[in-house]
Design a protein around this ligand. Structure first.
Ligand SMILES: Cc1cc2nc3c(=O)[nH]c(=O)nc-3n(C[C@H](O)[C@H](O)[C@H](O)COP(=O)(O)O)c2cc1C
Length: 184
């Protein structure tokens, strides 16, 4: 079967090279709305979205994340920390997803919102990548205050957003089909 939604799901790949040009406000709002439309346990809608479109702030978060990564016990994380690149791949927009601490399912709710945004992004021609490396930054309690989160929320992940310069530099991502069993 094929339709527009299935096409967007199949064609979406992580984008790791972006054009400098900022996305339009209409595109940004479409992404945020797609996130907000995600399912959540008990309809708790336990997410909060922080939109950062300030180059200095995006670079600051990347630099601080890498500083923390360089202290890791894991060699591959240390290597990312030492690399020259920006962990958000210089995307012009960053959306940080934070969850309500008192809601047990908030990480899952936020993940559903993120996936909606990634698929919506593909459907309107935007590149996105889900960024977990930013979790290093979130360990820096004092620095996290700069995100101006509402009280009672904790940051989980970031999504880089922009126009695609190139698809994932990691190359096309093969899918393992041997992950299904049927009882019928
Ligand atoms: C929880 C999570 C964290 C991720 N963190 C990063 C990250 O920090 N940097 C990155 O380049 N990609 C990150 N990714 C993207 C994955 O590497 C990517 O989705 C995977 O390799 C499959 O490729 P595709 O998205 O192109 O299909 C993350 C994905 C998930 C779900």
């Amino acid at each position: 079967m094929e339709n527009e939604v299935l096409k967007a799901i199949k064609n979406r790949r992580s984008t790791r090279k972006y054009k400098e040009k900022q996305i339009s406000e209409e595109e940004l709002q479409a992404l945020l709305d797609a996130g907000i439309q995600a399912p959540s346990a008990n309809n708790s809608q336990s997410w909060h979205f922080t939109v950062i479109q300030n180059r200095d702030m995006i670079n600051f978060i990347s630099d601080k994340s890498k500083e923390v990564m360089r202290e890791s016990d894991n060699k591959s994380i240390v290597n990312v920390g030492k690399s020259a690149g920006n962990i958000f791949y210089n995307a012009p927009t960053l959306i940080i997803l934070s969850g309500k601490k008192e809601v047990q399912s908030s990480l899952v709710d936020c993940s559903a919102a993120i996936e909606n945004m990634l698929i919506a992004g593909e459907s309107i021609g935007l590149g996105t990548v889900w960024v977990g490396f930013v979790r290093s930054f979130f360990t820096l309690t004092e620095e996290v205050k700069k995100l101006k989160l509402p009280d009672g929320y904790e940051p989980f992940y970031a999504v880089s957003v922009g126009y695609k310069e190139d698809d994932g530099v990691f190359g096309p991502s093969k899918r393992n089909r041997e992950v299904i069993n049927y009882i019928r």
